[in-house]
Design a protein around this ligand. Structure first.
Ligand code: SAM
Length: 291
């Protein structure tokens, strides 16, 4: 019986056997603590019927822990050098499929449709490459994939921004974008010492539970997200200032001010104090006015 891939000893043996050198540009920080991996998998509440999607299996440390519970696992790995390694390390788990592809370029609807059975419970469980955390998460959320939950390891600071509530320093357009699609919570934080090589930043596990329907009614999603971004362009400036700039070709400052007042939103407030509900009413109001 082999020891878990994630044990420091076995990881070292595998890396040495293949003469593997880490590529910083691909965010390659591998986990070497089976306990932490187990806790990541636990946070996804998998059953023996669940399907798992993983992004960046590395040498298979987390993949192995998911595969112990899940019915099948689909993993996207960009680095071709890892494919023969994964073939060996995951040989005891024939229900794992590795796809050698950049997840940002993958047609996930098609891959999910082909690999998982119809109506199967599917979770994303991954230790994300930190250089592309936000684009990957936004792709998973915006494409409205049939995924129940997304449990990912990422930079602590990004996890805090995603899960932030109005009024906090971390709250911004990323919090609103993510929380529009999912309920977000930081499950636990992870020290640098459980990775090889050690990253420069602290990490956290974030759980995003997909909503069946957004928490607010928005008449035009693209316009809503643009307005939210514009409101945060200069965080220290008032809402009136940022929005007047955004609407400068269509509305004068006085009109923007009256609109805010008519919605009971003080024009002197800053974007960081507005709830997602208030942003939705702002976006719906201006969208109607401009169309
Ligand atoms: N899952 C392993 C673990 O926990 O030890 C490795 C995690 S490591 C932080 C990130 C992995 O993502 C690396 O294996 C890297 O090669 C891979 N990766 C980087 N960019 C990727 C992309 N765009 N698509 C798919 N995989 C990617």
């Amino acid at each position: 019986m082999h020891k878990d891939i994630a044990t420091p000893k076995r990881t070292k043996e595998i890396l040495e056997k293949y003469g593997f050198s880490f590529k910083k540009s691909l965010g390659q920080n591998f986990l070497i603590d089976p306990n932490i991996l187990n806790n990541i998998v636990k946070a996804a509440d998998l059953t023996g019927e669940s399907g798992v999607i993983e992004i960046g299996p590395g040498i298979g440390a987390l993949t192995e822990q998911s595969a112990k519970t899940a019915e099948r696992v689909l993993a996207f790995e960009i680095d071709q050098r890892l494919i023969p390694i994964l073939k060996e390390t995951l040989a005891p788990y024939p229900h794992v499929k590795i796809v050698n592809e950049d997840v940002l370029k993958a047609d996930l609807h098609k891959e999910i449709g082909q690999f998982f059975s119809k109506g199967q419970d599917v979770a994303v469980v991954a230790n994300l490459p930190y250089y592309v955390t936000t684009p990957i998460l936004m792709k998973l959320l915006e494409e409205k994939l049939p995924v129940r939950v997304i449990v990912v390891m990422l930079q602590k600071e990004v996890a805090e921004r995603i899960a932030a509530e109005p009024g906090s320093k971390s709250y911004g357009s990323l919090s609103i974008a993510a929380q529009y699609y999912a309920e977000a919570e930081t499950v636990f934080t992870v020290p640098k010492t459980v990775f090889v090589p050690q990253p420069n930043v602290d990490s956290a596990i974030l759980r995003l539970t997909r909503r069946t329907k957004p928490p607010v009614d928005v008449s035009d999603e693209t316009f809503f997200f643009k307005l939210v971004q514009a409101a945060f362009v200069q965080r220290r400036k008032t809402l009136l200032n940022n929005l007047s700039k955004f609407f400068k070709d269509e509305l004068d400052k006085h009109t923007v001010q009256s609109a805010l007042e008519s919605l009971d939103i003080d024009p002197k407030r800053r974007a960081e104090s507005l709830s997602i509900k208030e942003f939705a009413s702002l976006a719906n109001h201006f969208n109607e006015r401009l169309n």
